[in-house]
Every structure is written in C-alpha cells, then in structure tokens.
Design a protein around this ligand. Structure first.
Ligand code: FUB
Length: 338
C-alpha cells in the first residue's frame, strides 16, 4: 500500500452498480479475509480496520490496525459471529505498529495465528501466536519468526501434512528491501524495466513456529515461460498471497496492487514454478484487493473485501461469493458488481 493508494482512496462509485454480495459483518471494518474450515465450521481471520487518526503517508501508515477479531459461521450465508479481540498489538512484545493481514492454521489440537507487524525499528516481520481455540485468545511468541520479513502470510497445509508459508508485498510491504533474504535498507520502489519482485515461500518446522530452512522465491511465469517485468503491472505479483489445491494442482493467487486485479497462476508443486492463468476478481471499489479461496462442502468460495460500507480505502468490509472452475481447471473471472 502507498500514497498512490491514498490519493485514489475514494474510488468513484457508480451509483447504478449493485454489489453481488453484502458485507459479512457491519459493526466493525474488516479486510484481507483468510478463511478456513476447522472441524466443520467456517472461520475468517481478517484485518480489523480502524480510523486511528494517523496521517496518511507513503507507506500506508493510515492502515494502523491494532488487533484481530475472528469471525465464525456454521455455513455460507449463515449468521456471522464476531468473536471479539483474538489478539491485540499490546500483547505482542516485539511489535511497533500496523498489524496487517493475518492467516491461521490448525495442527495437533493447537491453532496458530500468523501475522505481519512492524517491529520497533519500523520493519515488517512475521509473528505467530497460539491458542487451543480457533477464535482465541491467542498468545504471541516473544520474538518474530527468525528470517521472516515483509507482509501478508498465507499458511497452506498440503495433502501430505506439510505446512508452508507464502508471503511478501512490495511498496509499503517492504519486499523490495530484500535480496537473497538480506536486508538492503530502505530502497526505492521497483521500477519499470526491472524483473518483478517474486513472492516468497518457507516450509514451517514441525512445531509450526519457525521456518524450516531458507526462504525461497517462487516464480510466476507468463505463457512463454518468462518472468514478468515490473512493466507488466496488471499481472505481476504485488501482495496478498494465497495458495489452494484443486484436482492435484497448486493454485497461487495474489493481488497486482496498483492495477487492482486478483489473479492466479498454476503449478505442479508447492514451490512452483507457477504459470499465469488469468484474473479471478476484477478490481473492487477501494485501492486494495485481498482474498482467500476455500472449499466448503464441495463448493468453492472467494472471500474478498471492498469499501461498500465506508467509501474509504482504509475502512474495508469482507464478503464472500461462490467461485466456479471451467472443466479445464481455469477459474471463471468474477466481477463484484452487476
Ligand atoms: O490490510 C493492510 C494491507 O492492505 C494488507 O497487508 C495488504 O494485502 C492490503 O490489503
């Protein structure tokens, strides 16, 4: 997120446009929904947007979130419950500011909440917190995950029981500050002509609290097997990683940020390479687009957000709509407004 996002914060809303779905919850602002089915129930782990009064800045400082509320529901279309504060920034010992998009996982009776937050030096790192309940309260580890950086963790459980974290986000998400997992310091945003920055993957250790080995880049290739350039900003990775598996293939989906598409690429292993396949969700109202994809009782759903309730880019609301595949495994593009 960045200043461009702020200046475009109120995207002109066509009054004739009708949203295809309604906010899951209207009492609080929520964004970046990571949805999971745990023990037959649906849980959504979103960011909790607030108006904190922080001035807008180049790096999305006004996305100044301070806690997480976990949402739950028995079925899609059913009553949505806000389970209150599941984790607060004041209970993360190393945190500075900006508690951004989380994800969650379940293993051996414990729920794990993964989150990016800036440390006291204003550098994004990834943290983990645990609970015996899917809705918390979660207890944060004392330190960030070693070797973690940038934003937007997605924790994926493969069918063999291995867990992987996908992550990264450019501009305010700081991914461009790293080369070969080394911090370069504050750098310019990626420029046209450069190869687009790549999302990262790390396998998780058996205790789910650390990276098992080196963080690796994952390749997103065009139909000719070439990496995207920064110039291809309608297709290249910006932020909001998500991984799901469908009919044995690995679907890596993400936001293109400044062009506001949610798109996807398909591969044969969790590490890729992934070949770009198309747009899942056309741009929504608001600058950011961030999602998850989950199967519930044999149907597939896209959880996403827009700014229907507030008209402001930093006060978002999460939604859900059904997602459909074509017989060849490609995903039918969704437009969030009729
Ligand atoms: O919610 C804060 C940031 O905005 C997220 O980390 C990005 O994915 C974007 O949605």
């Amino acid at each position: 997120v960045s200043m461009t996002m702020i200046t475009l914060s109120v995207v002109a809303q066509d009054s004739k446009k009708q949203p295809i779905s309604q906010p899951l919850i209207k009492e609080i602002y929520t964004a970046d929904p990571s949805a999971h089915v745990f023990n037959g129930k649906i849980y959504v782990y979103p960011s909790h947007d607030i108006e904190s009064g922080v001035a807008q800045d180049d790096e999305g400082g006004h996305f100044d979130m301070k806690d997480f509320h976990i949402l739950s529901m028995d079925k899609i279309g059913g009553k949505v419950k806000d389970n209150g504060v599941g984790l607060s920034i004041k209970d993360i010992p190393w945190a500075g500011r900006q508690l951004w998009a989380p994800d969650a996982a379940f293993k051996n009776g414990t729920y794990y909440l993964y989150f990016p937050v800036k440390d006291k030096k204003d550098i994004f790192r990834m943290g983990v917190a645990t609970s015996k309940s899917p809705v918390g309260p979660f207890k944060a580890e004392k330190e960030p995950i070693k070797g973690s950086y940038s934003i937007d963790p997605c924790v994926f459980k493969d069918t063999d029981g291995s867990f992987y974290m996908y992550f990264g986000g450019i501009w305010g998400g700081q991914l461009q500050r790293y080369d070969k997992n080394t911090y370069l310091g504050v750098t310019d945003n990626p420029k046209k002509g450069e190869v687009a920055r790549l999302p990262r993957i790390a396998k998780l250790t058996a205790d789910m609290k650390q990276f098992d080995g080196e963080v690796k880049e994952i390749k997103i290739l065009d139909e000719n097997g070439k990496l995207f350039l920064e110039d291809n900003n309608d297709k290249r990775f910006f932020e909001a990683s998500w991984m799901h598996k469908y009919k044995g293939k690995y679907y890596f989906s993400y936001s293109t940020g400044d062009t506001h598409n949610l798109c996807y690429a398909v591969g044969d292993t969790p590490y890729g390479p992934f070949t770009y396949k198309g747009v899942i969700l056309n741009p929504v109202d608001g600058w950011t687009s961030h999602h998850s994809i989950v199967e519930v009782k044999g149907k597939w759903y896209l959880f996403y957000h827009d700014i229907q309730l507030s008209g402001k880019t930093h006060l978002r609301n999460v939604k859900v709509t059904e997602l459909h595949y074509n017989p060849d495994g490609t995903i039918q593009t969704i437009t969030a407004y009729k």
